[in-house]
Design a protein around this ligand. Structure first.
Ligand code: SF4
Length: 315
């Protein structure tokens, strides 16, 4: 059971993230820590990570945002949820603060962008219905396989429910893309895993997806490796090749650039066969170019290839 610690937040809230592709717009974390508990989550290495069974809930977020908007001379055009947590965690207390905060922004005519693997409850659909042009959604999903879900993302929304969220969001006119991230080489980027997933996504209306491969950090490498060994023993993959993770930055490791380039090419072809256009996450794959991963919706993410490269450097 996840413990919720309530805290009051001090302004300013509307500050940008250190994540390169989010540096240009304000971001909000409703919580510190995340109850969804993905094995590969990099926040486990943060100094303020409260641990896997605890989240710190900033319960006055909506109030502070309202106040900040009142004082600001220049209001932001768009706000992103959430760079280091998930705004749609299953905890009703978290959902309530997310709902209040998004309501304040939408009432002020400010766009809301989010990436989630959580639970987009009906009341959010009702809220978004009032201004679908102000909302940009990206749903994270890498497999329909219940074993993959239960092992690596145990408290996220079930894959079938996430596909339904895509359908519902698109159904009310919200631009919704899929995020295939993090793909685990030879486990979730295989044709056997991808074909049914891409077919389901396309059927739910997805035409654009972004992807990135597993970025291994020391804080979770051992646990994840043990879980992957479990899959290997069960015969799902021939060999888990984390020893081959050589490239990377900011203390993390990925498979080599050559290996990733091949995998992206294969995945892109597969996506194309399903009528889905694929983009690589540019923060973690700056060498591969591309127009970016739409993490916070289309513009205002710089799509200009002449944009300063530093925006996309890995940290
Ligand atoms: S949903 Fe995102 S922030 Fe939450 S545990 Fe999973 S990867 Fe981390």
């Amino acid at each position: 059971m996840v413990e919720i610690i309530r805290k009051l937040r001090r302004p300013p809230i509307l500050t940008s993230s250190a994540i390169p592709c989010l540096r240009h717009l304000p971001t909000i974390n409703i919580t510190e820590g995340c109850a969804l508990g993905c094995s590969y989550c990099y926040i486990q290495g943060y100094s303020h990570y409260p641990g896997p069974e605890r989240v710190i809930l900033f319960e006055n977020t909506a109030e502070v945002v309202r106040d900040e908007l009142r004082r600001k001379r220049k209001r932001p055009r768009r706000v992103y949820f959430s760079p280091s947590s998930d705004a749609f965690q299953y905890l009703p207390e978290v959902q309530e603060v997310t709902f209040q905060t998004m309501s304040v922004l939408l009432e002020a005519g400010i766009e809301v962008a989010f990436l989630t693997k959580g639970f987009v409850a009906d009341r959010f659909l009702q809220l978004f219905k009032g201004a679908p042009q102000l909302v940009f959604a990206q749903i994270g999903i890498t497999s329909l396989d219940p074993g993959v879900w239960r092992t690596f993302e145990p408290r996220t929304g079930p894959p079938s429910q996430r596909v339904e969220s895509i359908r519902s969001l698109r159904g009310i006119g919200i631009e919704t893309t899929a995020r295939l991230d993090p793909l685990i080489p030879d486990l979730t980027d295989t044709e056997a895993n991808m074909n049914p997933l891409l077919a389901a996504l396309r059927e739910a209306g997805v035409t654009r997806a972004s992807a990135s491969f597993l970025f291994l950090r020391q804080c979770f490498a051992d646990r994840l490796s043990a879980q992957l060994d479990g899959f290997m023993l069960a015969g799902s993959v021939l060999a888990w090749r984390y020893q081959d993770f050589v490239d990377g930055c900011g203390g993390g490791r990925m498979t080599s650039l050559e290996d990733r380039a091949l995998r992206f090419e294969r995945l892109s072809t597969l996506c194309g066969q399903h009528g889905i256009r694929l983009n690589a996450c540019r923060c973690k794959n700056p060498e591969l170019g591309g127009s970016g991963c739409l993490i916070a919706g289309p513009a205002p993410v710089p799509a200009d290839p002449t944009a300063p490269q530093s925006l996309f450097e890995c940290r």
